[in-house]
Ligand binder design. Structure first.
Ligand SMILES: Cc1cc2nc3c(=O)[nH]c(=O)nc-3n(C[C@H](O)[C@H](O)[C@H](O)COP(=O)(O)OP(=O)(O)OC[C@H]3O[C@@H](n4cnc5c(N)ncnc54)[C@H](O)[C@@H]3O)c2cc1C
Length: 466
């Protein structure tokens, strides 16, 4: 849908901005609306590159007055719905971070990435709960829950949030905490950005420096044995160890380790964050002994700042399509199915089919919002394939549908906000990310804070009168 904005209205908006505003066809428009995931295509009526909270307020008010919806993008790693015909607020210039070593908290602006924070927090021996890559936006990640290799010990970053500055759908700036707007505070902790645009977020940091983590990587032919050993091994792990197992079709890129380039492999991966990181080695030993010589064994002591090396996620923008399901358990039948769809000879076009272990501090509790549905899944499965052209995207999506069908008997039906597919997850998929009683409460919150669904270009929770 094309929406044309009158030149005079735009001039008035621009005059009041610290940042910039770009209409279709104008210089800067394409760059400012392009997402990290190149398979996302959005054509906003206007993109505002915000200089600060005041610009966010101005952009929301501008959209409201023009009867337009609002989308927000920090990096474009998680475009929930294309901001077509709306006002897209690009926060990528708002990257300020500040660490308070006394209260052990960080305060970050809307566009800050984990990589911006790591250096500032580690100088004090503190760490935030980042995910598999430090190039994701902290606020967007946290709005969907946010968990990574520290997850089973410390939980979701959403549960570590203490306070936020939020621009509501009315264009007002409010401070949100357990004391101020407590209803909004609860909803921010996983409500996917449905109730306001966060301009700054304050959250807890944890005393972490060294960790024990890495991958044990085997040829994909060994997948049945590796999965069987992984299931027995992971069942006994303490919460200090977060683990996963991944089928990888490694691209033949020079940036990747030579023994892996162009190979199909299976990797057991994990990170131990207990008080003595050396104990991690003790935990990994039985698996090493049982499975024998790997292609690569990267497990070892590492500084927190090197955690990206565990998942080896791509840093540069790429086109990708993805689908995730949550599994009740990895039974022998589930293992057999996974080997069929991703193992040797499967013809899988996916670069990654990963299973991450849940439990520990990631388990659902009654006092806070969970972004993983009812909370009875033991593993989350996430498949990702390259989608640089529409044809590639079609092939990957068809394959992901096949994986979904094959694994249906082992699925719990829950979803996870942050792993929801690119652009246009169905209302049912969004609903399945929350426990039924939480979802009811979220809709009531949407009715209260955004009854016109101005903030709709996201994993949308629609108001009841939509
Ligand atoms: C390679 C890769 C690895 C990932 N690894 C993990 C992982 O380990 N764990 C995990 O939990 N997730 C992971 N994710 C998912 C990621 O956390 C989500 O895609 C997240 O939404 C990205 O946030 P962003 O701001 O970078 O992306 P954007 O696309 O810029 O934003 C995504 C959404 O976040 C919301 N949002 C962003 N900024 C604001 C704001 N200021 N106020 C309100 N809402 C806002 C909006 O709804 C927006 O549509 C990964 C994604 C990728 C592509």
């Amino acid at each position: 849908m094309e929406t044309v904005i009158q030149g005079s209205t735009l001039q008035t908006l621009r005059a009041g901005l610290r940042g910039t505003a770009h209409a279709p066809g104008e210089e800067g428009y394409d760059d400012a609306s392009r997402a990290w995931n190149l398979a996302a295509h959005q054509q906003p009526a206007l993109v505002v590159v915000a200089g600060g909270a005041a610009d966010v307020m101005a952009a929301v008010r501008f959209a409201r007055e023009g009867g337009l919806g609002v989308g927000v993008m920090a990096t474009g790693h998680g475009v929930g719905a294309a901001c077509d015909g709306g006002v897209l607020i690009n926060t990528s210039n708002m990257r300020g971070v500040r660490v308070d070593p006394v209260s052990r908290t960080a305060r970050v602006e809307a566009g800050a990435l984990w990589t911006d924070l790591i250096h500032e927090s580690q100088v004090h021996g503190l760490a935030g709960l980042l995910g598999s890559t430090s190039y994701v936006g902290i606020v967007g990640y946290t709005m969907g829950g946010g968990f990574g290799w520290l997850g089973r010990k410390y939980g979701f970053n959403a549960a570590s949030v203490r306070e936020a500055d939020v621009v509501t759908a009315d264009g007002e700036l409010v401070r949100v905490s357990a004391e101020e707007h407590p209803d909004l505070f609860w909803g921010l902790g996983g409500g996917g950005g449905n109730f306001g645009i966060v301009t700054s977020l304050k959250f807890d940091l944890y005393p972490i420096g060294m960790l024990y983590g890495g991958n044990l990587i085997y040829p994909v032919e060994k997948a049945p044995e590796v999965l069987d050993a992984y299931v027995r091994w992971s069942a006994e792990l303490p919460d200090e160890m977060t683990s996963g197992v991944a089928f990888l079709n490694v691209p033949p890129l020079p940036a990747l380790p030579e023994p892996l380039r162009g190979k199909s492999v299976i990797a057991v991966r994990g990170c131990y964050c207990g008080e003595s990181p050396g104990s991690g080695e003790e935990l990994v030993r039985p698996l090493r002994e049982e499975l024998g010589e790997p292609i690569m064994d990267t497990f070892g002591m590492m500084p927190y700042a090197a955690m990206d090396s565990i998942s080896m996620d791509p840093v540069d923008p790429m086109g990708a399509r993805q689908h995730s399901e949550m599994l009740s358990d990895l039974s022998p039948e589930a293992i057999e199915t996974l080997v069929e769809v991703a193992g040797a000879g499967s013809g899988s076009p996916l670069i990654l089919l990963e299973l991450r272990q849940l439990g520990g501090a990631l388990a659902r509790t009654a006092d806070r919002l969970s972004t993983m549905g009812k909370g009875d899944s033991k593993f989350i499965m996430n498949g990702v394939g390259p989608a640089f052209t529409p044809e590639m995207a079609e092939g990957v999506l068809a394959y992901l549908a096949r994986v979904t069908d094959a694994t249906r008997p082992f699925q719990t039906g829950d979803t996870y906000v942050n792993f929801m597919e690119l652009e246009g997850a169905s209302a049912e998929r969004v609903k399945a990310a929350y426990a039924p009683e939480d979802f009811e409460r979220l809709v009531a919150l949407k009715d209260r804070y955004d009854p016109q669904n101005i903030l709709r270009f996201n994993r949308n929770i629609a108001p009841s009168k939509a």
